[in-house]
Design a binder for this molecule. Structure first.
Ligand code: RNT
Ligand code: ZN
Length: 418
C-alpha cells in the first residue's frame, strides 16, 4: 500500500488542474459515487444457472474456456459476488437470470417460476445493499429450439409467453421488496441459421407475443427489450433485430437495451444514445466487448466504452441510462474478470464526467472546430487517473493493481478448492 500516500497528493494537483478547465472534481466524485452498475450474475458460472434440469446451452450463448473454480451453486455464487463488491467502490445492482432461482432440489419448469423462488435472493441482496434486476431465460431449454416467442407453434409460443409473464411478476416483487424498480430485460435468441423466407411472419408473431406479455401493467418493475445482430447457429436471421425493437420500443414506450456486442463492429453504439432518448423513455445498456463478433470478452477501458460514456454524460442522460454489464469469459479467473469489467466501466465514466464539456460545447456553438478538436485531444491526457485512484482510496478499496493480490488470495483460499 506504499503508493497510497501519493494518491492524496496527486488528487490535490489533479483537482487544481481540472479547475482550470472549468471542471469541479468534487462534484464529479459525487456523481461517480452514485453511478450504479448492474452486475450480471452469469460471469460467475459461465451462464449455466441452477435449474435442476439439463441445461442444453445453445441459443447463441457461448461461454468459452474452462478456468477452474466456477461457482457451482447459489452459495458459491453469492460468496464470489460478495468478494467482488469488496474490490469496487459505490453501491450497485445485481442482475439475475431466471435460471438462477433458488429452486432447492425441485425441478421447476420455466413456465412454473414464481417470486417465491427468488425470496432468498431478495433477502441476500438486501443484506448486501444491492438492488436486483432480472432477466427471463429463453435459451438452454428443451423447448428453446430456434424460435420461442415467435414460434408458429402456438403451444411453444404460449409456453414462453407464460414464462416471460411470470418473470415480470418476479421482477415486480423484487421491485416492491427493494422499494426501487427492478429492470427486467427480455432477450430471446429467436432466429434462423440460413436464408429465411417468412421473416415477416416470425416478427409479427413476436410483436403479438410481446403485446400479450406487456398487457399487464406493473408499478415496481420496468421492461427493456434487447436486440441482437446474429447468434451462433442462427447466423442469417434474428427475429428481434435492432430495427424491430427500436420500432417496438418507440411505439410502446419500452426501454431498448443496447448491448455493445450486438451491432456491426464498425457501427457506433454511442451514437444511438441521443437518437433513442428522444423516442423511448430510458435506455438500458449491456456493456460488453465484442472481439470480431458478440464474443462477450471482459470489458476494458477502450474507445468504444469511452465514447459511450461520454455520449451519455454530454447528453445529460446519466439518470435515464441504466448501466448493466454483459460478458462472460470462462478462460480467466472469474472474480478478476468481474473486477476488471466493473472498474473499467467506472473509469470510463470518471473520464466522461471530467471532460471539459462546457468549454467544448461553447467552441462547437461558435463554430470553433479547431479549438474543439484541440481540447478533446488535450483532455485525453488530463490526470483523470489521480481522481480515480482517490475514488478507490476514499471507498476503502484497493488502489490500482493492488486488487490483483486480493483476487489471487481468494483463488488460493476459495475458488481453487472447488
Ligand atoms: C445474448 C444477450 C443477452 C445474454 C444474457 C445472458 O447475446 O446479450 O443479454 O448475454 O441474457
Ligand atoms: Zn446482452
Amino acid at each position: 500500500m506504499r503508493k497510497n500516500k501519493f494518491v492524496q497528493k496527486s488528487y490535490e494537483i489533479a483537482k487544481e488542474r481540472y479547475a482550470e478547465t472549468g471542471v469541479n472534481v468534487e462534484a464529479v466524485l459525487e456523481q461517480l459515487q452514485k453511478l450504479q452498475v448492474s452486475i450480471h450474475c452469469w460471469q460467475a458460472d459461465d451462464v449455466t444457472g441452477f435449474e435442476n434440469a439439463v441445461n442444453l446451452g445453445g441459443g447463441g450463448i457461448q461461454a468459452t474456456g474452462n478456468y477452474p473454480g466456477k461457482a457451482r451453486n447459489i452459495d458459491e455464487l453469492r460468496a464470489d459476488i460478495e468478494k467482488v463488491t469488496t474490490l469496487i467502490g459505490g453501491k450497485h445492482r445485481f442482475s439475475l437470470h431466471e435460471i438462477y432461482g433458488d429452486f432447492g432440489t425441485k425441478i421447476v419448469d420455466r413456465d412454473e417460476v414464481e417470486p417465491a423462488h427468488f425470496t432468498s435472493w431478495m433477502q441476500w441482496a438486501k443484506e448486501q445493499d444491492l438492488k436486483l434486476d432480472f432477466n427471463s431465460t429463453s435459451f438452454g431449454h428443451p423447448k428453446s429450439g430456434d424460435l420461442t416467442l415467435s414460434n408458429p407453434d402456438k403451444s411453444v409460443r404460449d409456453f414462453w409467453i407464460e414464462h416471460t409473464k411470470r418473470c415480470r411478476a418476479v421482477a415486480e416483487e423484487m421491485g416492491k421488496f427493494q422499494n426501487d424498480p427492478c429492470i427486467m430485460n427480455l432477450w430471446i435468441h429467436d432466429g434462423s441459421k440460413d436464408i429465411t423466407v417468412n421473416r415477416y411472419l416470425y416478427r409479427s408473431l413476436l410483436e403479438k407475443s410481446l403485446d400479450e406479455i406487456f398487457a399487464q401493467e406493473y408499478k415496481n418493475m420496468k421492461d427493456c427489450v434487447e436486440s441482437k445482430l446474429f447468434g451462433i447457429a442462427l447466423e442469417s436471421y434474428t427475429v428481434g433485430s435492432h430495427d424491430f425493437y427500436l420500432g417496438y420500443g418507440a411505439k410502446k414506450q419500452k426501454m431498448v437495451t443496447l448491448d455493445m456486442g450486438h451491432f456491426h463492429l464498425s457501427e457506433s453504439v454511442s451514437d444511438k444514445i441521443s437518437a433513442l432518448l428522444l423516442f423511448t423513455p430510458e435506455i438500458m445498456l449491456h456493456v460488453s466487448r465484442p472481439v470480431r463478433w458478440d464474443s462477450d470478452h471482459v470489458v476494458i477501458l477502450n474507445d468504444d466504452l469511452l465514447d459511450l460514456s461520454k455520449e451519455i454524460v454530454r447528453a445529460g442522460a446519466l439518470d435515464k441510462v441504466h448501466v448493466g454489464l454483459d460478458f462472460f469469459d470462462a478462460s480467466i479467473n472469474r472474480i478478476g474478470a468481474y473486477v476488471i469489467g466493473i472498474r473499467a466501466t467506472q473509469k470510463s465514466f470518471v473520464q466522461a464526467l471530467l471532460e471539459p464539456a462546457a468549454k467544448l460545447k461553447e467552441y462547437e456553438a461558435n463554430g470553433q472546430y479547431f479549438e474543439r478538436l484541440a481540447l478533446i485531444e488535450e483532455a485525453k491526457g488530463l490526470p483523470w487517473n489521480a481522481v480515480w485512484d482517490y475514488f478507490c482510496l476514499k471507498n476503502n478499496i484497493p488502489v490500482g493493481e493492488d486488487y490483483i493480490a486480493e483476487v489471487q488470495q481468494y483463488e488460493r483460499e476459495v475458488t481453487s478448492k472447488r
